[in-house]
Design a protein around this ligand. Structure first.
Ligand code: SF4
Ligand code: SF4
Length: 92
């Protein structure tokens, strides 16, 4: 099944990265999402909200700590949070 090419909800244009500020990308597969709002409700940081159609979108991407609770709670595997530019150097 096509996972909804071209239906991603991107938070913002690629921003200039600074140390400790990892850009996070929200991927919502709209063809799978049933707009139940579970991901929004379970985000511990309030980083998500529903858009006017009921699909999840960023409310505050900087608040996201990439815990993946939204992915784990989604019953339809319809949401992903990806960290761009994970820097191994920061872990050293
Ligand atoms: S990864 Fe965690 S903090 Fe980020 S949007 Fe999902 S539930 Fe919220
Ligand atoms: S939990 Fe999954 S199905 Fe429900 S609104 Fe979020 S992405 Fe859509």
């Amino acid at each position: 099944m096509d996972k909804g090419v071209g239906t991603s909800a991107v938070s913002r244009p690629r921003a200039k990265r600074t140390s400790g500020d990892r850009v996070k990308r929200l991927q919502v597969y709209r063809s799978w999402c049933k707009r139940c709002g579970i991901c929004v409700a379970f985000c511990p940081k309030g980083a998500l909200e529903k858009d006017p159609e009921g699909f999840p979108r960023w409310r505050d991407p900087k608040a996201c700590v990439a815990c993946r609770m939204c992915e784990l709670r989604c019953p339809d595997f319809a949401i992903e949070v990806q960290e761009e530019g994970s820097t191994d150097e920061q872990a050293k």
